[in-house]
Design a protein. Structure first.
Ligand code: SF4
Length: 278
């Protein structure tokens, strides 16, 4: 039986005060906590003159593959039949463009993919360190390929943090024992019901959403989609292989959505069904 999304949201609200007792607290080091506190102080502007300068996070979906698809049937990656890698030249093109603005926000190499299965990951990190020395590289991984040797390899680069979503008690116990100087967090992850986002009832939330600045994703085809929830890539605004990031983010269509979302006006089909605020 399929549980309606509204029921899930209500249960989540009821259980919220008891979460710390129900779930084992995640392993988090002090450096990570400080970082998160700093991040929450940032308030993006409403009408920026040129949107690309105000991005706080950009994610590269370097592939649409994950080594856990066989056990995570609820994850969007398990639905992708067309296996695809984002072209290396596109990653470099966007990083070079961000260097023009001296980008110092967050850079990710994941959406629903597992970044560590991609042999180009260290190459991308190295290039980002070179052209964007002030950018904050974040690694989100399922931890399956992470061990003491690999985490020490990461220490050779400038990384903002490593976050691991572990899925079993055994993996969690193994991963929290890894030692690193990089801010590092391991938490238990539960897959939510986002795969049905397109079919939910409209909620028509009036809450503002900052995804147009805080959740810019270059998907594995090179398209800029509305946000990470759009796993079927239905709401895309342009492709960075033929256009610059600046051109896409300052296009009439993108700016319209940006201004609407900032004012809590959710006009896109996916946004009408969403209760998130990015
Ligand atoms: S309202 Fe939801 S679907 Fe729309 S951009 Fe924000 S997070 Fe994404």
């Amino acid at each position: 039986m399929k549980i309606p999304h509204g029921f899930y949201v209500r249960i989540k609200k009821i259980l919220k005060p008891f979460r710390a007792f129900i779930f084992k607290p995640p392993f988090t080091n002090d450096a990570f906590n400080k970082q998160i506190a700093e991040e929450h102080k940032v308030t993006p502007p409403f009408y920026p003159d040129s949107l690309e300068k105000y991005i706080t996070r950009i994610s590269f979906e370097i592939s649409n593959m994950c080594n856990y698809t066989h056990i995570h049937k609820k994850c969007p990656v398990s639905r992708y039949t067309d296996k695809k890698k984002l072209e290396t030249s596109i990653v470099y093109k966007v990083l070079d463009e961000l260097a023009l603005y001296n980008f110092c926000g967050e850079i990710d190499f994941h959406r629903y993919n597992e970044p560590m299965i991609d042999t180009r990951l260290f190459e991308f990190i190295e290039y980002t360190n070179k052209v964007l020395p002030n950018a904050k590289i974040s690694i989100l991984t399922n931890g399956s390929l992470l061990n003491q040797e690999v985490i020490e390899k990461f220490e050779k680069y400038k990384l903002w943090h490593i976050i691991v979503s572990s899925y079993t008690f055994k993996e969690h116990e193994r991963l929290i024992k890894l030692k690193t100087t990089i801010p590092y967090k391991v938490y238990y992850s539960r897959l939510d019901d986002r795969e049905d986002i397109y079919n939910r009832k409209e909620i028509n939330s009036k809450l503002p959403c900052y995804a147009t600045i805080r959740d810019i994703t270059v998907n594995c085809y090179g398209d800029i989609s509305i946000c990470c929830l759009d796993w079927q890539n239905r709401f895309v605004f342009g492709n960075v292989s033929s256009l610059s990031l600046k051109e896409i983010l300052n296009s009439k269509q993108f700016l319209e959505v940006h201004h609407e979302l900032f004012h809590g006006k959710r006009t896109l089909g996916i946004c009408k069904r969403c209760d998130w605020q990015r």
